[in-house]
Design a protein around this ligand. Structure first.
Ligand code: PBG
Length: 332
């Protein structure tokens, strides 16, 4: 028969001492989530009074500019200071004209948001894939994305976003030299105060599926492995980030977040600039789908995921859960 001894065991260290009460646990907590560090992604489209639900991104919709302003007001009310804008143009073409149209949907949204919410931090995604008929992130020549021909179009896109009032432009096309091209275009147009957050280490990920549903931006042929990074590579992320910093990036990003916690942690050690991580659409959808079936406790799962991303070293977290997470944090 098993006998449990009542003799005290002498241990030099008992980590449980500091886990005994909620106040002790709070005292020694290493990572705190702050809504000030969240960025809320939004999709804008044409029209008025439109909130078109996105089935694979429950709770998110394709919003007309007036609805985007209302949504941003609720974001700010929750203590989240910044949004990331994606545009859904009415028509697409081979060269993504809608991206750099001064009257394009993102440019209109930026002007309206800037007027309604002067303190809102407006970040715009700079890429062509939402605007091209073939769904690739740049100009296609001979069946491949032409890097250098794409740079000029990305630079024009960023300059038009900045002219509309964006605080930060975020190039996500993974073209070589894109940060330098944007910096030169911005400075040349007198917009030296517009910051660049580069999607420096952006992997060719299976977790962008719901985003591509939302934007109708899945590549019509091939895939993005000719420009986005291979999941197997971590050293290469440091190389990409070093290049972007040399070209003038103010802040850098690792994407996706949950599948790249090691990369976030590694980059955090390597650079001093602010580091963002993008908790992408597929990562959001997994949690939403499981929560809808009662298979995970959504609130606990989301806060655990966001805390893990912050613990890995991200300063800024882009997440579709931002509003829910901010309201849960305010309650506890
Ligand atoms: C544009 C872009 C994408 C995402 C952000 N910017 C799509 C892609 O690369 O296919 C994905 C974001 C998400 O999945 O939440 N290139």
């Amino acid at each position: 028969m098993l006998r449990v001894s009542d003799q005290p065991v002498l241990l030099t260290s008992r980590p449980r001492r500091l886990r005994r009460t909620a106040a002790l646990r709070a005292l020694v907590q290493e990572t705190a989530l702050r809504p000030e560090r969240f960025v809320f992604p939004m999709f804008v489209r044409s029209g008025r009074g439109v909130r078109e639900p996105i089935p694979s991104l429950p709770g998110h919709g394709r919003l007309s500019v007036d609805e985007a302003v209302r949504e941003a007001e609720s974001v700010v009310t929750l203590g989240i200071p910044s949004i990331l804008l994606f545009g859904l143009p009415d028509t697409k073409d081979a060269v993504g004209t809608g991206a750099y149209d001064d009257h394009g949907v993102v440019q209109q949204a930026v002007r309206a948001l800037r007027a309604a919410l002067p303190d809102l931090v407006i970040i715009t995604d700079v890429c062509l894939c939402e605007y091209t008929s073939h769904g690739h992130c740049g100009v296609v020549r001979d069946g491949a994305v032409d890097n250098d021909a794409t740079l000029e179009l990305l630079a024009r896109t960023a300059a038009s976003h900045a002219a509309a009032g964006a605080d930060i432009v975020a190039p996500s096309a993974m073209m070589d030299g894109q940060v330098g091209a944007l910096r030169r275009a911005l400075d040349g147009a007198g917009m030296s105060q517009t910051a660049i957050l580069s999607y420096s280490a952006k992997y060719a990920s299976a977790f962008y599926g719901p985003f591509r549903d939302a934007a109708g931006s899945a590549p019509q042929f091939g895939d993005r492995r000719g420009y986005q990074m291979d999941t197997a590579n971590a050293r290469e992320a440091e190389h990409e980030i070093a290049l972007d910093l040399a070209e003038g990036a103010d802040a850098v990003m690792v994407k996706p977040a949950l599948a790249c916690l090691d990369v976030i942690s590694r980059v955090r050690r390597a650079v001093a600039v602010p580091l963002a991580a993008y908790n992408v659409s597929g990562e959001y959808a997994l949690v939403k789908a499981a929560a809808a079936r009662g298979w995970v406790d959504e609130r606990a799962a989301v806060l655990e995921i966001l805390t893990a991303i912050a613990r890995a070293g991200a300063d800024i977290i882009v997440t579709y859960h931002a509003k829910e997470a901010a309201s849960w944090l305010a309650q506890r």
